[in-house]
Design a protein around this ligand. Sequence first.
Ligand code: BES
Ligand code: MN
Ligand code: ZN
Length: 495
Amino acid sequence: MDYGIKTGEAGKTKTTCLMVGIFSDGKLSHSAKELDKLSKGNLSGQIKAYSFSGEIGQSQLLLEQPGIIAKQILLLGCGNEEKLNAEKFKKIYALAAATLKKHAIVDSASTLIELSVNGTSEQTKLCLATQAQEATLYAFDQFKEKPKKKKAEPKKHFYLTPNNKAAQKGLEQGKAIAGGICLAKDLGNLPGNICNPTYLANEARKLSRQFKSVSTQVLSDAELKKQGLNSLLAVSQGSDQPAKLIIMQYNGGKKGDKPEVLVGKGVTFDSGGISLKPGAGMDEMKYDMCGAASVFGTMQALAELGLAINVVGIVPAVENMPSGGACRPGDIVKTMSGKTVEILNTDAEGRLILCDALTYAAKYNPAHVIDIATLTGACVIALGAHASAVYSNDEDLTGAIIDAGKDISDRGWPMPMWDEYQDQIKSPFADIANIGGRPAGSITAACFLSRFTKDYSWAHLDIAGTAWVSGGEKKGGTGRPVAMLTQYLINAAAN
Ligand code: BES
Ligand code: MN
Ligand code: ZN
């Protein structure tokens, strides 16, 4: 959908559908009061007639009201006025967009930017509203037969709000982040037979064609071998698909400015390798490149915004398959760092490709390095779907990441990485083992990565629980944590 800002009175707004907020117990928002006056009490009469209580999740479409130009009015429940927060605000706008879609309403306007949302600026409100609507209108239907008769689709939405710099910035950021989320969802949803390492490499090349500010470099097997990324290659060696190390450089800052480096796990399918996963739900391991997808989405968003910052996106891309050539439990590999790893479980492959990519990242003399990975099932158990786990060797960086996520309603939560956990990944034969047993599985995976990130400020996001919705009808990529990462970079560019 296209978005714009309109000023002026709600009652005089020319639109098919005008959205207004109603709080709990039918309490009218500012604009609802205005419309009620213009309609000589008709609006509040309808609210009573429909027993519209104003809870979040409630909506009611009304036909023409006397004294109001808009052809329809959409009442949206906003819950308790004092308790409205960013999460709820997004829910309200998601329902708004779902209603537009359901009723094939092409053009619409909303008055809800006027609501006060706890801890949220004018700018962020527009950003959140746009993200929420786009997320709802998203569809992944490229592999389905096209319907013969297509329903009309929502095309244009105006926010009724003073047209100032903050509003425009919020809208611009909302559109860019929503676009990045859409790209990340698409890449995640694509099946493993299409979205393989080579596909991801081409996707990076596409970004650099789209944006002059982005340049792409792709390292293939021979070059990776030459540079000693043996741990990454060990994961890839059981697959017929060649591995790629994809590097995207965005230059928006000054020449000498140290870059922010994002490293995204790009396992385009994770069968587990010789430590084969059970069959049920294995299809979802096509999502094991969602860390990479979030790097692509964030690169696109920041290039679109033209942020004044240097950013490097690194994606180690491999497929983890079992074959006669696959690596086996017990194999010992020498990582790019020189440290050796005993591969006790070939299904703990994410850390094996990340450790080399993280060593490679040091070449860029980074300000910070953030890796993003669907790393452990244990993280899903720990935090579920509501927060990405944040590990770091730098408290300031943890704070910056978590604050950014809080602002944009894409949460992270700090996790411990105490030295005592490091004992779990000792190996009798090599410098490190690639698994640390069942207790604290997400933490020991982070501990493994920490061995390769001593030379710079680093954070690791375990997004196994947040990157996609599992099973059922709603199965699909979420595009997380594109919003968190983009907000982090927006903040970093401003400092
Ligand atoms: N990609 C998986 C992690 C995963 C599992 C993400 C389920 C989302 C849902 C990762 O490569 C993996 O297999 N991890 C193992 C590690 C174990 C062998 C130490 C896991 O979590 O079971
Ligand atoms: Mn695995
Ligand atoms: Zn994996």
